[in-house]
Design a protein around this ligand. Structure first.
Ligand code: HEC
Length: 151
């Protein structure tokens, strides 16, 4: 093995380190959906049985009495990307909504959210995500109040 081959080998190794995991979401982009249609679909699928959406009132809400309402939309300190939203909908147990007691969001490690994968079309998913995204805003977290610093 000569020096050149070692150099090429090292280069390949370095490149392998930069290659995204085959399961990574890199390269995944949804087409633009329609906000209005998304809101209609959200209501049609009765997502509001367990959710409120900031700034939206739904006409007929059949709430499930034993399910804690999980608020969607509103001001968050971290951007809710469409990747986050799609994952929350098609793979709810991947991670649970923050700010709730475990028992309100999950049971035996599984999300309490209903799975829609066998009934929701991709167009419906795209529209719902576009609708939800339009109701999230990002706020700066309040800075930690530090007292004056004296030398
Ligand atoms: C039976 C109740 C129930 C229904 C119906 C339901 N969800 Fe959920 N949903 C939950 C619960 C509980 C959570 C919190 C646990 C989790 O993150 O999976 C959640 C979480 C979410 C989150 C993530 C919120 C966050 O802050 O991370 C999104 C987005 C969401 N749901 C969208 C939907 C949409 C869209 C529908 C309708 C197609 C729907 N849900 C229907 C119970 C429900």
């Amino acid at each position: 093995m000569n020096v050149r081959m070692i150099a090429i080998g090292l280069l390949l190794l370095a490149q392998a380190g930069c290659t995204p995991d085959p399961k990574s979401g890199k390269g995944f982009t949804l087409p633009e959906g329609n906000i209005e249609r998304g809101q209609q679909t959200f209501a049609q699928l009765n997502c509001q049985a367990c959710h409120t959406v900031a700034g939206v009132t739904f006409d007929d809400t059949e709430t499930l009495t034993d399910q804690k309402i999980i608020a969607l939309g509103g001001a968050k300190t971290k951007v809710q990307t469409y990747g986050d939203l799609v994952t929350s909908i098609i793979n709810p147990s991947h991670r649970f909504a923050k700010g709730y007691e475990e028992e309100d969001v999950a049971q035996d490690g599984q999300s309490k959210m209903r799975l829609y994968n066998d009934e929701m079309t991709i167009q419906q998913l795209v529209d719902i995500v576009t609708f939800l995204e339009s109701h999230y805003s990002v706020v700066q977290p309040a800075p930690t109040p530090y007292g004056p610093y004296f030398y």
